[in-house]
Design a protein around this ligand. Structure first.
Ligand SMILES: O=P(O)(O)OC[C@H]1O[C@H](O)[C@H](O)[C@@H](O)[C@@H]1O
Length: 547
């Protein structure tokens, strides 16, 4: 047994889970009319109702003990202080410095990073203003109105999804197009129809070594030159964001056109750095800054709110409860807001790349489950497809429902329907429908006894399915910033409890390495193949098809 599974609180939680499994939330709600009030907390524009969970005060106290035993607070303070907590890559983890509005320094190797961070923010601000005012012009003097943002992973999901979510705040004069996949269809589709004289390419790659991003940028450059641009015009139309300035200049980026970032910012935590430049171009710097300030507010909350009112702590502990004591393997995110439709994919990278790990501490293989599968999509669409499994399937899928109470210019009828579906789903998941209720319904319809008996079993819904409901007054930039930081810190707390390094990604790195080895064999068609027989066969098929 590892230290975690043999800890007192873990043992206590194991016993409590057995007790809780014999109880029903429906009865808890009936017994305590104040349950919702008791298990609702709010901060930074987000109200979390977690009353529809399989929890009691005793469970919550034991979960908090687990967090204490795992030294979550100490680890949190270490992250904010710039300790080298990404120990496999020997790096500090300081995305929080990028939204640090406290006026206090943040030290890395004894050096305050805030002046550099602020200088970069000023550079972003000036750049965005020059594009939006039409002062920064293309080769023929036209303003740059079409932005092609190239990146992948954290250099893509954050900018794309935050921009999509903040549609009501879009600056009217520019349009930002995102390209990630190395599948040539993607960049071809985006470039088709664009006027190179009005196009600005923003290449975002922390490492400046990512195959997809390099290739897509080369393709964009070739398109630009073919359309009539010259080598000298490149500096007007191509800029880069990277921590690898040398590789970016070697690639041909003008030094002035490179926005810096730092190795202490992880890819999936990088939207707060200059990787967020396409967001600022989409919504304007003022709104972008509000996004950062919203995240800062959540950072403050995370560091100061007591555990029982601490949103990231609560979400994290609930997750641990279901993953480790109920065997839940996935967690679904259900934003009831069309513009937030990409949010589950954002959290998917954040959570799965961070906590999809099996080694704890220095080298112990865990004897407990860690990060879950994160999935989901916008409501109400899922109600007409996969919600079936959440209601009546054999696996437990804890859910986070999300809903803005106000949406600018939203039709009131549509919005009421949207909200009613969101609330109705959480209610149905919690209470279910008993056999007796189903029988009564069917009897009222006049069904014969045999049909009624059989059908009623099928219609019975166990309920007792956990969900959180997160309400926002509006999904404005500040609230969205706080929400993203909330999930970042949730992931942090869980990683701290499980003892994994939430900030490396060796599995992803291996994929990159193997992909390059295979590419070599696809390009050098005569090269001998010495992979496994399946991989060799696949390569041969490709060679034949492309001969
Ligand atoms: O920004 P880049 O260096 O191009 O990296 C892009 C992405 O590459 C990898 O797949 C990492 O796992 C991601 O976390 C990262 O965001």
């Amino acid at each position: 047994m590892t230290a975690l599974t043999s800890s007192t609180s873990w043992q206590q939680l194991t016993a409590l889970a057995e007790q809780v499994k014999t109880q029903h939330m429906r009865d808890w709600f009936a017994a305590d009319p104040k349950r919702a009030q008791k298990y609702t907390v709010a901060a930074c524009g987000i109200e979390l109702d977690y009353s529809k969970n399989l929890i009691t005060d005793e469970v919550l106290a034991a979960l908090q003990s687990l967090a204490n035993e795992s030294q979550v607070a100490e680890k949190r303070d270490g992250m904010f202080a710039g300790d080298i907590i990404n120990h496999t890559e020997k790096r500090a983890v300081l995305h929080t410095a990028l939204r640090n509005y406290s006026g206090k320094p943040v030290l890395v190797d004894g050096q305050d990073v805030m002046p550099e961070v602020q200088a970069c923010q000023q550079k972003i601000k000036d750049f965005v203003a020059s594009v939006h005012k039409g002062e920064r012009k293309g080769l023929s003097g036209k303003p740059l109105t079409q932005i092609v943002a190239i990146g992948i992973g954290g250099s893509f999901l954050g900018p794309k999804i935050m921009s999509e979510t903040l549609k009501p705040y879009w600056f009217k004069g520019v349009k930002v197009h995102y390209v990630a996949n190395v599948d040539g269809c993607h960049i071809q589709d985006v470039l088709a129809g664009l006027d190179h004289e009005e196009t600005l390419v923003v290449m975002s790659s922390k490492s400046f070594t990512t195959q997809e991003t390099l290739q897509n940028t080369l393709t964009a450059k070739a398109w630009f030159l073919k359309a009539g641009g010259t080598q000298q015009d490149i500096a007007k139309h191509f800029i880069a964001v990277s921590s690898n300035i040398k590789a970016a200049t070697d690639f041909g980026m003008a030094e002035d056109n490179i926005f810096p970032m730092w190795d202490w910012v992880g890819g999936r935590y990088s939207l707060w750095s200059a990787i967020g430049l396409p967001i600022a171009l989409t919504i304007g710097y003022e709104h972008y800054e509000a996004l950062l300030k919203g995240a800062y507010a959540m950072d403050e909350h995370f560091q100061t709110a007591p555990a029982e009112q601490n949103l990231p702590m609560i979400l994290a502990l609930l997750g641990v409860w279901y993953i480790n004591f109920f065997g839940a393997q996935s967690h679904v995110l259900l934003p009831y807001y069309h513009y937030m439709r990409g949010f589950p994919a954002y959290v998917q990278q954040l959570d799965m790349e961070s906590n999809g790990k099996r080694i704890a501490g220095d080298s112990t293989v865990t004897d407990y489950a860690t990060g879950p599968i994160i999935w989901g999509s916008e409501g109400t669409n899922g109600q007409h497809s996969f919600h079936q499994l959440i209601h009546q399937g054999t696996v437990l899928v804890p859910a986070d429902f999300m809903l803005p109470l106000n949406v600018p210019n939203q039709d009131k009828t549509h919005h009421a329907m949207l909200a009613s579906n969101c609330f109705g789903q959480t209610q149905a998941l919690m209470q279910g429908k008993t056999l007796a209720e189903c029988k009564a319904d069917l009897a009222a319809k006049g069904l014969d006894a045999a049909t009624l008996e059989s059908l009623a079993t099928h219609k019975t819904m166990p309920g007792n399915k956990p969900s959180n409901t997160l309400l926002f007054d509006q999904v404005d930039p500040a609230t969205l910033g706080a929400l993203v930081a909330l999930y970042e810190h949730k992931v942090f707390v869980q990683g701290a409890i499980w003892g994994v390094n939430s900030f490396d990604q060796w599995g992803v790195e291996l994929g990159k390495e193997l992909g390059n080895q295979v590419l070599d064999k696809l390009v050098n068609t005569q090269a001998e193949l010495s992979f496994d027989s399946s991989t060799n066969q696949l390569i041969n098929k490709f060679r034949q098809a492309n001969a």
